[in-house]
Design a protein around this ligand. Sequence first.
Ligand SMILES: [Zn+2]
Ligand SMILES: [Zn+2]
Length: 360
Amino acid sequence: MAPSHVLRCCQRGLAWIPVIFIALVVCWSYYAYVVELCIFTIPSTGEKSKFIYLVVFHLSFVMFVWSYWKTIFTRPVNPSKEFCLPKAEKEQYEKEERPETQQEILKRAASSLPLYTRTGAGAIRYCDRCQVIKPDRCHHCSACDMCVLKMDHHCPWVNNCVGFSNYKFFILFLAYSLVYCLFIAATVLQYFIKFWTLCRRKSAENCPKSELPDSHAKFHVLFLFFVAAMFCISILSLFTYHLWLVGKNRSTIEAFRAPVFRNGPDKNGFSLGFTKNIVQVFGDQKKYWPLPIFTSQGDGLIFPTRLVTTDPEQPTVVLPPNSFRCGQPSPPSESQNRLLCDNLQANDHLEIVTVKSGKP
Ligand SMILES: [Zn+2]
Ligand SMILES: [Zn+2]
């Protein structure tokens, strides 16, 4: 076995450590809450509240584990075959050493593709590693060693790329982990306070209501509160930030570096308005929003843009409203048709205008 292959295997194995750590903490929190708190600590006189605690706890636990699982095991999506250079062009591109000529080859190959973003220098975005023309919002992840559609970031806590295929799951994972930790912290708080007035008797039944029995359960109660409160604080900031990103229709990468369109960088280039931005990630059926089931709109290759500009190097896109809809004949191209149909369906009031060289 080649040393580089062994190294790669070791790296892959080590990348699971944060996930295993989280899984162990979650398993312990389940045991500590259900067994040590609900069975050993809450006295039998509190059966009613114990029942409510257990129902709500299991609901948040199931949703949290389900969304975490989906975030980890949903594979990132690569650009489709139409974004690969045809064989002849690829050979020509590889032989060519002058960047300007390479760009000409890429421009020719990209002429039939629905691309609206460029590099900072105005060139076609091409990944030499994957040998593919990058669709809008697609980026190469060095950890996954592949181009990922609408890449947001590579998350070590899920050992996966967060992108088009699992962004909704990631947001739900943050939301349910916050609910899980908040619920634990809120219900354990009263027993955490009692920890400081420990009763010397070992059984909950023999202790006054204001005191905690002096059993091994007391340490589980103590750490449950600390761990839940600590995770609450760290998840809350991340969750708030991603909600803001969803509202703006930006990925983390785009928040740091605005996508470059034909008329220059535009950080709001993909924003369609608050409600439609949420629908882009969560889908148009509200009943599926809380479930970790894929309902995001589009195919990850094409995204409706705020302003569809004409690109002299691309076939003419769009135009008069009502000129065509999905399924009707004579679209400019299949992919651009999808772009427009997304736009027309998602945006009745959204201005789709033709702009030439930045002039309306
Ligand atoms: Zn790549
Ligand atoms: Zn990655």
